[in-house]
Design a protein around this ligand. Structure first.
Ligand SMILES: [Fe+2]
Length: 276
């Protein structure tokens, strides 16, 4: 099983697969959405099986609904386990959110109330997922546009508690921290200070939409300057971490993603030079 190097990678999306296969750009690793490969065969899976011999792969899930009160979806979990056996990913991650209720699946990463009950529920389900997969998973902090009156702890204490109680890893999305800090009016550096640095096994960076009354985490733009600044602060605090450029909508040419990855790589290298 490959490990992820502490360098920059990109989220691989279908329109870029052929180019990446042909050109093999200088990238430390690739991340794909697990659910896109819940198939028994076909060209997409064949391409991923070829690419896994060139790049370490991180499997990133969007549909397990870790925070739902519904029972865990056993069929989904089985497909994830089968994909993991086939691809042997360096990491497997999911979002700290919910998206399933009364058997209906919603295509959104919905926020959780930050309560002891929600914390216990998430931890129980993360334990179950880690047991079913026989390995540690990472959970990712999400972006949100509302908070609950029932919240009794901060988001950063909730996230840190999940990691502490389950021993899971953390996929720390720096853009999501910035989006939430802006939308909910908190200091993003307070969030950083509460994170368990050694548990952070991957970082995400993406672009948001700032045209409305709040920031929307659209993954359709370059990383914003204040998010680069927060990322630099995170790397200075936690050390070099595998860092992913996520781009999901209005997908540009591959060169744009490679350019964003090169910026992340230069920040990682600057931090490394300072640390020496
Ligand atoms: Fe993310």
């Amino acid at each position: 099983m490959a490990t992820l190097p502490s360098v920059a990678g990109i989220g691989l999306r279908a329109p870029h697969v052929a180019r990446v296969q042909a050109d093999r750009p200088q990238l430390g690793w690739l991340e794909v959405h697990s659910e896109n490969y819940f198939v028994d065969g076909g060209s997409a899976l064949a391409a991923l099986e070829a690419l896994r011999t060139v790049y370490p792969i991180s499997l990133h899930g969007v549909g397990l609904s870790l925070g739902s009160a519904d029972a865990l979806d056993g069929a989904h979990l089985k497909q994830l386990r089968q994909l993991a056996e086939r691809i042997e990913p360096a990491l497997i991650s999911e979002h700290l959110c919910w998206g399933r209720i009364d058997g209906r699946h919603l295509n959104d990463l919905l926020p959780l109330p930050f309560t002891p009950e929600a914390l216990a529920l998430c931890c129980e389900r993360i334990d179950a997922v880690q047991n079913a997969l026989g390995r540690r998973v990472l959970v990712e902090n999400i972006s949100s546009y509302l908070r609950f009156e029932s919240d009794v702890m901060t988001e950063w204490d909730f996230v840190a508690s999940v990691v502490e109680r389950t021993g899971c890893g953390l996929l720390f999305d720096v853009n999501n921290v910035y989006v939430n800090a802006t939308n909910h009016g908190f200091d993003p550096h307070a969030y950083l200070e509460a994170m368990p640095g050694p548990a952070i096994a991957e970082i995400h960076l993406a672009g948001f939409d700032a045209r409305g009354p709040c920031l929307i985490d659209t993954h359709n733009a370059r990383v914003a300057p204040p998010v680069w600044a927060l990322y630099r602060a995170a790397i200075e605090r936690f050390g070099e971490k595998p860092t992913l450029i996520e781009w999901d909508a209005d997908l540009p040419e591959l060169e744009v993603l490679l350019d964003e990855a090169a910026i992340a790589q230069s920040i990682l290298e600057e931090a490394h030079a300072v640390a020496l």
